[in-house]
Structure formats: C-alpha cells, structure tokens
Design a protein around this ligand. Sequence first.
Ligand SMILES: Cc1cc2nc3c(=O)[nH]c(=O)nc-3n(C[C@H](O)[C@H](O)[C@H](O)COP(=O)(O)O)c2cc1C
Length: 187
Amino acid sequence: MKVIAINGSARKDGNTFCLIQEVFKPLEDAGIETEQLQLFDKKIAPCKACFTCGERKNCSYKNDDFAEIFDKVKSADGIILGSPVYFANVSAKMQAFLERAAVVCDMNAGLLTHKAGAAVAAARRGGALNAIDTMTHFFLNHEMFVVGSTYWNMAYGQLPNDVMNDSESLANMKNLGENMAYLLKRL
Ligand SMILES: Cc1cc2nc3c(=O)[nH]c(=O)nc-3n(C[C@H](O)[C@H](O)[C@H](O)COP(=O)(O)O)c2cc1C
C-alpha cells in the first residue's frame, strides 16, 4: 500500500513539508509506504482546456512535470494534498495541479474511485479553511473517501519549521495519519 503526498509550496522543506511528514509517521508505523512530492522545483502549467486527456488517461501536455506526477497519484492507494495558504487559498502551483488533475479525472471516470484522501494547510494567519476546502473538493468530486481528524487540518507558522511549535496541529496531523491508515487497511 502506498500514500503519495503532493506539496504545493514554493519553498523546499517548509511548513507544509513538516505537516505532511507528521501525517506520514503513523502511516509508516502501520507499514504503509509513503512518498512526498514537492512542487517547488516542478513545472506545472495551468490547464489549457484542450480536453484531449480522455484519450490517454493523463494530461496531453508533455512539456512539464504534471503527467509524471499524476501517474504516481493514479497508482497510489491514498493521496495527501498539502499547501501553504497564499492569498487566502491554495498556492498557484497547487491550483494548477488541481485544474489539470480534475479535468483528467472528469474525462476519464473512475481514475481515483475509492482511494483515500486528506488535505492539510500551513498558514501564517488566515485562509487555511478555504485552502483545505479547495483540496477536499477534489477528493469529493472524484469518488474518493475523505479522511478526517480531531480538528481542522491546519497549522500556524510563517518561517520554515514554525509549525513544529504548534502542538495542537501536530497532534491533529498524527491523528489524521492514524485515521488514514485505519481506512486504507479496511478498503
Ligand atoms: C505569496 C504568499 C502569500 C501568502 N498569503 C497568506 C495568506 O493569505 N494568509 C496567511 O495566513 N498566510 C499567507 N502566507 C504565509 C504562508 O502561508 C506561511 O508562511 C506558510 O507557513 C508557508 O508554508 P510553507 O513553508 O510550506 O511554504 C503567504 C505567503 C506567501 C509567500
């Protein structure tokens, strides 16, 4: 079993990275393989609305990193989407990823059906719920099971590693990982 996490931060190993690693710990304890893909150095263009993805179960645009990442997403049992909050929602990289992944899934019904999904967000102050909602809608629109935790899946922090001081959020991330492991073992 494998869980893939997509990290939409422009910053390598920042707060979103930390949160995803915290969710991974209980998954790995349960024997589930994990991989975090950070988009900071990846090229992901917005959707070009060509609608040719129905022919190949992936995006037809080959001049960037999306298709390779989406192949990994398709092969995973669980998907974690993580983003810093940028202007009160997900980062532009995460938005571009969601646009393209959503259209590929819309044109190829069933690609992600019955996989487990969880969304996490890092924010300095405001907008984290919007970001979590945006990412969660992706799961809900594609027949996935959304994993919950004990409170909002967000953490407060500005500089890299700041979220490691947000103990409530860390407990929440641990619980999220435990719940995803529970669900995956039963699917
Ligand atoms: C372009 C940009 C826009 C941001 N907009 C917001 C915002 O609207 N609300 C907020 O709380 N934090 C905002 N932040 C702060 C980040 O969400 C915060 O620093 C977060 O911890 C970064 O996570 P990362 O280290 O994973 O990139 C913004 C940061 C950047 C670079």
